[in-house]
Design a protein around this ligand. Sequence first.
Ligand code: MRU
Length: 346
Amino acid sequence: MKIKTIDWCNNKIKLIDQTKLPAKLEYIQIKDLTSLWQAIKSMKVRGAPALGAAAALGVYLGVRDSKAKSFVGFLKELDRVSRYLGSSRPTARNLFWGLERMCNVALKNKNKPVSVIKNMILKEAKRIIEEDRSSCRKIGQFGAKLIKKNDKILTICNAGALATIDYGTALGVIYRAKQQKKNIKVFSCETRPMLQGARLTTWELKKHNVDVTLICDNMAATLMAKGEIDKIIAGADRIAANGDTANKVGTYNLAVLAKFHKIPFYIAAPLSTFDFKIKSGKNIPIEQRPAEEVKSLFFKKPIAGMNIKVFNPAFDVTPNNLISAIITDRGIIKKPYNKNIKRIAK
Ligand code: MRU
């Protein structure tokens, strides 16, 4: 694809500053841990798989200058770096999966010199980048089998190239279907309050010549009632062992509407988004974000008084019974999710 969201270049993290889109495609270089933490928190880099790669590269940034001579000393620093990065955003499983992978590399090689372990950590982070590129393409390949010619597909937030390394999960399915000349049309929910659908999804779909129409979030039901939506595909931030799925707030609304209108509702995500230790969606930590995102960030004048209370969860949980199938890099998972998720994860 034409876009590479995050990469390791000249001893720095190079990433697209997504807060500048769609006005400007700007790459920034990150060479220290605090700047990376801030980039994650402020959503310069976002989307679960991209956060996994960012966290992994961030671990290397955080430990590369370590003066530790012994493994025990190095592990302490690694743990501190990992906890710090983990405190940036709590919901995306991939972020923690990335951190855990880096720590496991260190632990498995504890008998090697610290300098060697540092290099192995960087290698593993680069491996995560390559793996994401291929797993998104697999998701695209599996998911495109569900797409018929002339389908009209609704999506929310941005689960595309900008949320991964360069292809996407939900949008990966769309890119593959387009490549297969299925003549699909996409509707993108604007995705209040951070507008990832409006700012990012329409931008990247347009860039890849996909027919896309922007809607306000509260227009989805109208489209469905008119018979204008054949399928809904969303990404995921964390999927529990029973298939309950946390994704951008508003995803659950769409799943409820889909059930009422008898429209298939799909989740697309790599295995790295599954949290096998969490039995159900009730245990998924949901990030709360600042009130200014709702009241003022994208408006010339605040749309509500300074003293108005705001509820701003960044994600919601769609219960597994509303999900028609989960498209993964290992294949398509259908109900019963408890059993079939376990089987595919082996
Ligand atoms: O708050 P964001 O923009 O990081 O939320 C992103 C989403 O909800 C995506 O749908 C999800 O991470 C999947 S990305 C392939």
